[in-house]
Design a binder for this molecule. Structure first.
Ligand code: S3P
Length: 425
């Protein structure tokens, strides 16, 4: 088990470019595998989560050439029955999206992941995929490992009770192999990378408000794809720069898809100075440069449709709220309880250990800003975003912080510590 021992260091200054987007990297590899011809991917995220997806696709007979850690060519084609278990490690996206793909295949696949994945809810994908015609056996009915015998699918109209891009994407991927239309409705909009990428690969897809319809019959066509930087990784540095006096950080090549920029909206509502420069479109995804300056923050209330737009950033938003004047209330965030850890619990206990005034509520948390934070020993709970939140806190508060069990950071952000050291020295 490796730990980081960190102290307060100077302001966050300079220029960084976050690694490739995790969500988009998974989808690029998967759609590349399902498409005709070659998909050349640049700025792919070589994190454990995405590499597990690549490994699973290779086990299903797909040739993937790595030209470097971040540059791959996927040779799409028909999938074949894997000889062994597909292991997604810590990745809910990997496992759920691959389950959608496997549901469409006329063979047996067994999908699993680590201890955290084997606790996370799979009923949300198993039920609709079964309705489409897949046979899925699962531990205790709905937990991984999942054994899927797919094929012979029929499109369905499914109203998802949760705003989840993983559920939506699993069904759309299965829908590629189904007869008839696949329609997914969600209660509020989750990230739409699958819809954008499916469209650019040639699928017929219609998005109206909260409903996505995939029409049958189009073949996907491989294409070059550049992955923008991950705003969920940039988020840690955004908050570090905002709360650390004297900071000014330029973050280049960040994905700015509006379904992912909820954190920027929330922080601006708290008074954050964040400018967007050089907006462009990269492979159908908005991107740009952010300039973040230390700002005086004030507490605010967040909930509703904003939450799915910043679902992975709530831990670091809670950290920002510790430095704000007044109270911050986060509601409608019950999905956080079923992430890599129960983040309502792990954020609360980690920030409490550092001296924050924070309380868990049934669907979120309440943070009273202004308490004096001080370094302490904190666990990661095997959750990369908790480890990175604690490391950013450590750089901004007095005393020494030991972040324990930091190996999990490699699931999404290899090179995080080096980048933190570079901008805070
Ligand atoms: C993801 C979707 C989100 C997010 C996860 C990545 C994706 O989960 O938490 O880290 O790539 O589809 P849900 O939208 O399923 O809650």
């Amino acid at each position: 088990m490796s730990n980081w021992t960190l102290q307060r260091e100077g302001p966050f200054r300079g220029e960084i470019s976050p690694p490739g987007d995790k969500s988009i990297s998974h989808r690029a590899a998967i759609l590349g595998a399902l498409a005709d011809g070659e998909t050349h991917i640049t700025n792919f995220l070589p994190s454990e989560d995405c590499l597990n997806t690549v490994r699973a696709l290779k086990l299903m007979g797909i040739r993937i050439d790595a030209h470097s850690a971040t540059e791959l060519t996927v040779h799409g084609g028909d999938l074949s029955e894997p000889e062994t278990i597909l292991d997604s490690g810590n990745s809910g996206t990997g496992l759920r999206l691959l389950a959608g793909v496997c549901a469409g295949q006329p063979f047996l696949s067994i999908l699993t992941g680590d201890e955290s994945i084997r606790r996370r809810p799979m009923k949300r994908i198993c039920d609709p995929l079964r309705k489409m015609g897949a046979t899925i056996l699962a531990r205790k009915g709905d937990l991984a490992p999942l054994a899927i015998r797919g094929g012979g699918l029929q499109g369905i109209e499914f109203e998802s009770p949760v705003a989840s891009a993983q559920v939506k994407s699993a069904l759309l991927l299965a829908g590629l192999f189904a007869e008839g239309e696949t329609v997914v409705k969600e209660p509020s909009l989750s990230r739409d990378h699958s819809e954008r990428m499916l469209r650019s690969f040639g699928a017929q897809i219609i998005c109206e408000d909260l409903t996505v319809t995939l029409k049958p019959g189009s073949r996907l066509k491989g294409q070059p794809l550049h992955v923008p930087g991950d705003i969920s990784s940039a988020a840690f540095f955004i908050v570090g720069a905002l709360v650390c006096p004297g900071s000014e950080l330029h973050i280049t090549n960040v994905g700015l898809n509006p379904t992912r920029t909820g954190l920027l909206d929330a922080l601006r509502a708290m008074g954050a100075e964040i400018a967007v420069l050089e907006e462009s479109e990269v492979s159908g995804e908005p991107a740009g440069t952010l300039v973040v300056r230390h700002s005086t923050l004030k507490g605010s209330e967040f909930g509703g449709s904003l939450i799915p737009r910043m679902v992975d950033e709530v831990p670091v938003l809670a950290l920002a709220a510790c430095f704000a004047e007044g109270e911050t209330v986060i509601r409608d965030a019950q999905e956080l309880a079923v992430k890599e850890s129960d983040r309502l619990a792990t954020v609360t206990s980690t920030l409490s250990a550092l001296g924050a005034d924070i309380r868990r509520t049934p669907d979120g948390m309440i943070i009273r800003g202004g308490a004096t934070l001080r370094g302490a020993a904190v666990q990661s709970f095997g959750d990369h975003r908790i480890a990175m939140m604690a490391a950013i806190a450590a750089r901004c508060i007095p005393g020494e912080t030991e972040v324990q069990d930091v190996g999990c950071v490699n699931t999404s952000f290899p090179g995080f510590l080096e980048m933190l050291e570079r901008v805070t020295r």
